[in-house]
Design a binder for this molecule. Structure first.
Ligand code: ADP
Ligand code: MG
Length: 446
């Protein structure tokens, strides 16, 4: 306990800070701090979470030392105690999926029923995000807060976000979840301004929500007024121990948002969701095909996964089209059929994917060997050299693991490495080889 007289320094600091920051920032950040102990040696402050501590030190470090007792380094001698994390408050036992309340925001919770953890296929590039999301779904506001998920289009960000929503609405029924896109948030704000019900909307977002799932924050860029509103909502929720999950197509630092907002988003866990590598793409295709009752051989799945490689949504589209055709024509799905049906999707892939087969074919033409010879185990010098060139180019142009590339050639990882080294060594001195290699490169990269 402290006596009023002895914590004058803190009160003076608060007065000073109040004159320096907005009322909202003061209410969000400084007002919740309690003085537990105040002596000539140190001040013990109780903060609702680590963010408040960071806020205080990053904004007021120097000022604090002017008002509070100092330590040996000349800094304010503050000891922080973080209040033990509590379960987010759940004032009303509302089941959220159906909730639409006339006195509340016009926004409904719309979760896609297919987007749950069970239907999300994981691989090395999305495992981390999935685990973090599961952590948040099990213990909202007690693991990573905020959780910031970023990655390219069609890689499963919304899927993961809705999975968190489903899990919480199913297992922690008392918690109130709001899942909203940036566009919907802005529309809600505009609508509230029009109806003069902004206060109600603010109250809704800032006190009636336990978990805010915010999709596609990149659309908040260049919309300063809306951004400020979101930042205030964000800070209020975080300081009340509410969970926030945000998705974006870029990491926080690359978003054109205020420094304040970027810093807030980097507080918790920033997790990247990457393009699934070949094996995961095959697993996703097989899973989606199974869901639609479509039989897909492994070689066809590999064929599709090799050609459509940077967007899971396109993989899904391919499966949908194939499943429609196979139902109509009642035929087996072969590579030729796939090529015919998906011509458009394959052609419209943003950049032509270089495949091992393509490299082998081009190398065979330029080095004047037969494709079958390249694929054989022949050790004839001219064939072995051409094969090594193909391996070298595969390593250079194909974004797969070395083990995977070696498997395409039916060779081991170390044979592949040996081939690459050999060609790299010869290129600077062997002009003919170097000319041929660049011919192949030109031909496969146009
Ligand atoms: P984003 O929000 O990143 O643009 P979405 O979450 O909308 O991407 O995903 C696009 C589609 O791909 C959705 O139908 C989603 O279910 C599916 N999808 C993406 N990643 C996976 C995955 N790892 N496993 C299963 N489906 C996936
Ligand atoms: Mg999305």
């Amino acid at each position: 306990m402290y006596s009023i007289a002895t914590c004058n320094g803190w009160e003076q600091f608060l007065e000073f800070a109040q004159s320096r920051c907005s009322a909202i920032a003061f209410g969000n950040w400084l007002a919740p701090i309690r003085v537990l102990e105040y002596s000539d040696e140190k001040v013990v402050l109780e903060v609702p979470n680590i963010f408040v501590k960071e806020y205080l030190l990053s904004n007021y470090k120097k000022d604090l030392s002017a008002f509070l007792p100092l330590n040996a380094d000349g800094d304010a001698a503050i000891e922080f105690q973080v209040i033990a994390p509590q379960k987010p408050a759940a004032p009303l036992p509302v089941t959220v999926i159906t909730s639409k309340k006339s006195d509340e925001s016009s926004v409904d919770l719309k979760l896609n029923l297919n987007y749950c953890f069970d239907t999300f296929i994981e691989g090395p590039t999305n495992q981390f995000v999935k685990s973090a999301a599961i952590g948040v779904a099990h213990r909202p506001a007690q693991s990573y807060n905020p959780l910031f998920i970023h990655g390219g289009v069609g890689l499963g960000k919304t899927h993961i976000l809705h999975s968190i929503g489903h899990h919480i609405t199913k297992n922690l029924r008392k918690l109130k979840v709001q899942c909203i896109t940036t566009e919907a948030f802005i529309n809600d704000l505009v609508e509230s301004l029009r109806n003069k019900s902004v206060d109600r909307m603010k109250r809704y977002y800032r006190s009636d929500i336990d978990v805010l799932l915010f999709d596609d924050i990149q659309f908040l860029q260049y919309r300063r007024n809306f951004e400020d509103e979101f930042t205030n909502t964000f800070e209020t929720l975080i300081n009340q121990g509410k969970q926030i999950v945000i998705t974006s197509d870029k990491p926080p630092s690359q978003l054109q948002l205020s420094e304040r907002m970027i810093a807030r988003m980097e507080w918790g866990l920033v997790a990247h969701i990457g393009i699934p590598e070949l094996e995961t793409r095959v697993a996703i295709l097989q899973y989606k095909a199974l869901q639609r009752g479509l039989r897909l051989t492994n070689s066809v799945a590999f064929f599709i996964a090799e050609h459509i490689y940077n967007n899971v949504r396109q993989l899904e589209g391919a499966i949908n089209r194939l499943s429609a055709h196979s139902r109509l024509l009642n035929t087996e799905i072969t590579e030729e059929l796939v090529e015919n049906i998906l011509k458009e999707a394959l052609q419209h892939a943003p950049r032509t994917k270089i495949s091992v087969e393509q490299i082998l074919k081009t190398v065979a033409t330029v080095f004047e060997v037969r494709l079958s010879e390249l694929k054989s185990t022949s050790r004839l010098q001219r064939i072995a050299e051409a094969r090594q060139v193909a391996m070298y180019l595969a390593c250079k142009f194909i974004k797969e693991s070395l083990t995977m590339i070696a498997a395409y050639f039916g060779r081991t990882h170390s044979t592949l490495l040996h081939a690459c080294k050999n060609i790299e060594k010869s290129l600077p001195t062997d002009l003919l080889l170097s000319r041929k290699v660049s011919m192949v490169e030109k031909s496969i990269t146009v």
